[in-house]
Design a protein around this ligand. Structure first.
Ligand SMILES: *Cc1c(COP(=O)(O)O)cnc(C)c1O
Length: 236
């Protein structure tokens, strides 16, 4: 299978899952997660029609963004954010999906350039208490959303979440249902919230069934990431 075949297959799965959930296929946006994947594969996917790409590690991402600057790709930052990295994130990305605390939101807004459109922001939420994952918990979320909403150079677009990994569709559905309930609750309050970013290669069907408007897919598009990719990226 070529990269273009993978894309068509994933697009078909999104369409099928949308139909099953009585939703239109264009209500779900596909973000291609290219972390640890080679630049030429990103190019192939772009040429097959994919325009949105997500990266998790800033230094790796900046190299790719520079190399691919001739393509009008919409870049999303989806990884953990250290406060000393916010300036480059604010300036090089169209979206940041992993804003997990007020301090980060404040810095991103202050460091977005005046000539740039407001940065599209998702609050990352962690509803299931996993200490290995980032994200605001239920108690922290109202204050975080209010801050993102109020900051001048940010637009609050919604929430992103990465629930506990499971291959059990029933558990996937129940976790995503809970996340969607939180999304809906705040959507009533903030009219700019139109994006629920849930679902990856292994659970996007359940996520679409539970209202996902953006799936973040890496492996199903690019193939497996190389062995030891985390160590390699962090060593950079
Ligand atoms: C890596 C990653 C993905 C993609 O995961 P796959 O299982 O390869 O589809 C999605 N979201 C986040 C936040 C990631 O870090």
């Amino acid at each position: 299978m070529t990269i273009a075949d993978n894309l068509h297959q994933v697009q078909q799965q999104i369409e099928d899952a949308s139909k099953m959930a009585s939703r239109t296929a264009n209500s779900v946006t596909l973000l291609a997660v290219s972390k640890a994947q080679e630049i030429n594969k990103i190019e192939q996917l772009y040429q097959a029609g994919q325009k949105l790409f997500g990266e998790s590690y800033l230094s790796e991402a900046l190299g790719k963004i520079a190399a691919l600057r001739d393509y009008p790709i919409e870049w999303h930052f989806i990884g953990p954010i250290q406060s000393n990295k916010t300036r480059e994130i604010a300036q090089h990305f169209a979206w940041v999906q992993s804003v997990d605390r007020v301090k980060i939101a404040t810095r991103l807004s202050a460091q977005r350039m005046p000539n740039q459109a407001p940065l599209n922001v998702l609050a990352q939420v962690n509803l299931f208490g996993e200490s290995s994952k980032k994200g605001a918990n239920r108690e922290q979320l109202p204050e975080l959303l209010a801050a993102i909403h109020e900051l001048d150079n940010l637009t609050l677009r919604g929430i992103m979440s990465l629930p506990p990994a499971t291959t059990d569709p029933a558990q996937q559905n129940s976790q995503f249902r809970e996340i969607n309930a939180v999304f809906k609750q705040f959507q009533n309050q903030y009219s700019t919230m139109d994006t629920l970013s849930i679902g990856m290669s292994g659970d996007m069907i359940a996520a679409i069934n539970q209202g996902s408007t953006m799936v973040r897919v890496g492996t199903a598009l690019f193939g497996e990431r190389p062995p030891n990719w985390k160590e390699r990226i962090k060593a950079n």
